[in-house]
Design a protein around this ligand. Structure first.
Ligand SMILES: C[S@@+](CC[C@H](N)C(=O)[O-])C[C@H]1O[C@@H](n2cnc3c(N)ncnc32)[C@H](O)[C@@H]1O
Length: 246
């Protein structure tokens, strides 16, 4: 199992109701995320590690000013990491499952839409099963992206992923449902989209650390090289992100 772990991951703690508060110096945050991107490049998951700092900061500022976020577990390090992975991989079609108020979704889609956009995507779709949450997430996203490329729909991510007809270049997993077969729903969603994920597609799974037990079957699947070419558990905070390449 491949792991990238920052030395202070356990001590890096945010207040989930105040996600915009700085927890460390910008230099420290940039260095930790650079270490993670290096590990992903070494594993063959990313082609390079460069991203535009000014665009990332424009994205961060727009989210701070325009999004209604009741709470989020996405730490500033995680926000930067997810945005950078998208900015580097530039997925044409992105699906994000279990987006709650949309903060995780826009951390992905913000590389393609809004003031931090650095490429043009075809579709960036966030899926949220609770209609009221999906509505709030959609309201938030509309404030940043007037184009409609990024959008949030109220649906079960397993169903929507199964019905999505185009190639899925990046799948972000954050849905906390139990799954139809008594396991974390991540694997159900991944299996629903698997046949439309091209070789080289990326899969990002939040909570690879604090929900590792519940995600046991999912993590076994992506860490099996018969399924995914490589998979790295990126531990830069207490939640973690498993990053895998098909
Ligand atoms: C814990 S929240 C994610 C929050 C995110 N990590 C953050 O910090 O902002 C998980 C979301 O997944 C949604 N969800 C659960 N099962 C789902 C499913 N099958 N399809 C779509 N959304 C789902 C829940 O309603 C919830 O809003």
């Amino acid at each position: 199992m491949l792991t990238y772990r920052s030395v202070d991951a356990d001590r890096y703690v945010m207040d989930v109701q105040h996600p915009h508060e700085a927890l460390e110096s910008p230099e420290a945050e940039i260095a930790v995320v650079a270490g993670a991107l290096d590990a992903l490049q070494q594993a063959g998951i990313l082609a390079h590690t460069r991203y535009d700092e000014a665009r990332f900061l424009a994205h961060r500022q727009a989210v701070r000013e325009l999004f209604e976020i009741p709470w989020t577990a996405i730490t500033p390090r995680m926000q930067r990491l997810i945005w950078a992975i998208n900015a580097i991989a530039q997925p044409r079609n992105l699906l994000a499952a279990g987006v709650f108020c949309g903060n995780t979704f826009i951390s992905n889609a913000g590389a393609a839409v809004g003031p931090g956009a650095c490429y043009t995507a075809r579709n960036a779709i966030g899926v949220e099963i609770v209609p009221a949450e999906a509505e709030r997430a959609e309201r938030n996203v509309r404030r940043i992206d007037p184009t409609g490329v990024a959008r949030v729909v109220a649906a079960d991510a397993v169903t929507l992923t199964a019905q999505f007809q185009e190639p899925i270049d990046l799948l972000y997993l954050d849905a906390d449902g139990a799954g139809g077969r008594g396991k974390g729903v991540y694997l159900d969603i991944l299996e629903a989209g698997w046949s439309r994920m091209p070789e080289g597609a990326l899969i990002l799974a939040h909570n690879s650390v604090n929900c590792a037990e519940r995600l046991k079957y999912y993590l076994e699947f992506v860490r099996d090289t018969r399924n995914c070419r490589a998979s790295v558990n990126v531990i830069l905070d207490r939640e973690g992100l498993e990053v895998s390449i098909k």
